[in-house]
Design a protein around this ligand. Structure first.
Ligand SMILES: Nc1ncnc2c1ncn2[C@@H]1O[C@H](COP(=O)(O)OP(=O)(O)OP(=O)(O)O)[C@@H](O)[C@H]1O
Length: 320
């Protein structure tokens, strides 16, 4: 597998008046060429902090990044703009309201001094055409577009520099359900055509399942489970993943204990000792308070950070 993006031990801390939030507490994963890793977890578990640090919008506290096998300095964002771009949840907030559609897509090319004026015009037109924005709209301002059209412009802008990796941070959450599928299909088609790699963030597991090859589940700054999409969908092993699955109409999940998320996410300023999920976990035992579980491979490519995962895994397969 050609590894497009490798993230190792990434740490992001935010200093606030009340203390330091450990938003990302040592996260590692890789994404192959033409693959999507879907990242899921409740609001506040650190998904955006992770995405912004990878793309260079926030400086990570520590960690390593490699793009196409070459290490890049995670604290120097300019070094990776041409390889990696981001698509945001709120295309209105992320698009300069004073620039026309055409200018918005052209801007990254101008900043990086790429192509002649005539070539830029042609490339911008081709990009807008590809994402389904007709020429009659190229001179419009963002507020004159629908939410779906704005997101299409956001996608064209992200593609302008021909990156191979795109970080999609909740790209369809702000859109009407009827438009969500169109934008998701566009992203999936573009991936196939251009062999793009996506880190796709969503709190919606159904969306994640639709677009992803791999799923990573994040809880209070750490990845608690990661694996191939079908495996996670059918045989999730971490109690937190099971709890998230129980909020969907996943009928393929193998039988096992019910885990409900009744309480709120603990205060991220002082996460629980040992396993961060233990305060909400009906299966927690003494060891969970004392020792932080590490990700361990339970099946090919399927890793889980839970002291009880093995016991669990045998029970789940016995019931299957
Ligand atoms: N710039 C910041 N300054 C201080 N704290 C921050 C900052 N950005 C995020 N946080 C805190 O870091 C933690 C993780 O937030 P983050 O936005 O990364 O999570 P998330 O999973 O993306 O949530 P959401 O889905 O709501 O965007 C939260 O406790 C949040 O309050």
């Amino acid at each position: 597998m050609t590894r497009r993006l490798e993230v190792a031990d990434l740490v992001v801390r935010h200093k606030t008046r009340k203390g330091t939030v450990h938003a990302v507490a040592g996260v590692s994963f890789e994404i192959g060429a033409g693959q999507t890793l879907g990242l899921v977890g409740e609001s506040g578990c650190g998904k955006s902090s992770l995405a912004r640090a990878i793309v260079g919008l926030n400086k990570p506290t520590s960690g390593n990044l490699a793009i196409n096998g070459t290490a890049v300095d995670p604290r120097r964002p300019s070094s990776r703009a041409r390889d990696m771009q981001m698509i945001f949840q709120d295309p209105y907030g992320s698009l300069n309201p004073r620039l026309t559609v055409r200018e918005l897509v052209e801007e990254p090319l101008k900043v990086h001094r790429l192509r002649s004026r005539a070539e830029r015009r042609e490339w911008v037109k081709a990009l807008l055409d590809r994402v389904g924005i007709p020429e009659t709209m190229h001179d419009r301002l963002p507020h004159q577009l629908s939410g779906g059209q704005r997101q299409r412009v956001g996608i064209a802008r992200a593609l302008a520099l021909e990156p191979k990796i795109i970080i999609c941070d909740e790209p369809v959450s702000a859109l009407d359900v009827s438009v969500q599928a169109q934008v998701l299909n566009l992203l999936v088609d573009l991936q196939r055509e251009q062999d793009l790699s996506y880190l796709f963030i969503s709190h919606d597991l159904e969306v994640i399942r639709y677009v992803s090859h791999w799923i990573a589940v994040m809880y209070l700054g750490v990845i608690v489970e990661i694996g191939p999409v079908d495996r996670i969908w059918k045989s999730p092993l971490h109690p937190y993943t099971r709890a998230l699955m129980q909020t969907t109409d996943n009928r393929e999940m193998q039988a096992g204990p019910e885990v409900k998320l009744n309480s709120e996410l603990p205060n991220p300023l002082s996460p629980p000792s040992g396993c961060r999920f233990r305060t909400r976990c009906p299966l927690a035992i003494e060891r969970c308070a004392q020792e932080e579980p590490q990700l361990r491979e339970e099946a090919a490519g399927h890793k889980v950070a839970c002291h009880r995962a093995q016991e669990w895994a045998s029970r789940v397969s016995a019931a299957a």
